[in-house]
Design a binder for this molecule. Structure first.
Ligand SMILES: [Zn+2]
Length: 156
């Protein structure tokens, strides 16, 4: 069995016998990269797929909006606190955080750090800063252990 070089992380790996053309190694990061790559190619070549994806995203977005509207309706104190926090942000002139709602984050590796401007937030929510580590090829980045959140709790 000849080793191949992973198209994502550049490490040699042994392709599985069932997949002689395997271009990505079996590490989860590289498999994610492979799926993204596949999806990108698919989106470009297949207009039905493109339309389906967009419809699925819109449906999700719709459900998501309804979910949060119901959530807020069911918990007036949550909406109230949100409004107060928003007002505080508006007054501090810090609109960057609110803009995150509309900005389209590509999938990739991000570092979430508690925002230093809000150290006293001790309730059930944190104000965090999301910094892209590497958007295109996560496995090329040398991510040290302490940057990783307990992935068991966020993995699907
Ligand atoms: Zn790899």
């Amino acid at each position: 069995m000849t080793n191949k070089i992973c198209a994502c992380c550049g490490q040699p790996f042994e392709p599985r016998p069932q997949v002689p053309d395997q271009a990505y190694c079996s590490s989860p990061n590289c498999q994610r990269a492979r799926k993204r790559q596949w999806q990108r190619a698919k989106l470009q070549s297949d207009s039905d797929y493109r339309i389906n994806q967009r419809a699925a995203q819109q449906a999700w977005s719709q459900r998501n909006q309804e979910y949060w509207r119901d959530y807020r309706d069911a918990r007036p104190e949550y909406a109230q606190r949100n409004r107060e926090q928003q007002r505080a942000r508006d007054q501090s002139g810090n609109t960057g955080l609110a803009k995150m709602d509309v900005c389209d984050l590509p999938s990739g590796l991000y570092r979430i750090t508690r925002h230093p401007a809000f150290p006293l937030e001790n309730s059930d929510s944190w104000i965090v800063e999301i910094t892209p580590v590497c958007v295109t090829c996560p496995c090329k980045m040398d991510v040290s252990r302490e940057d990783l959140i307990d992935t068991k709790t966020i993995a699907p």
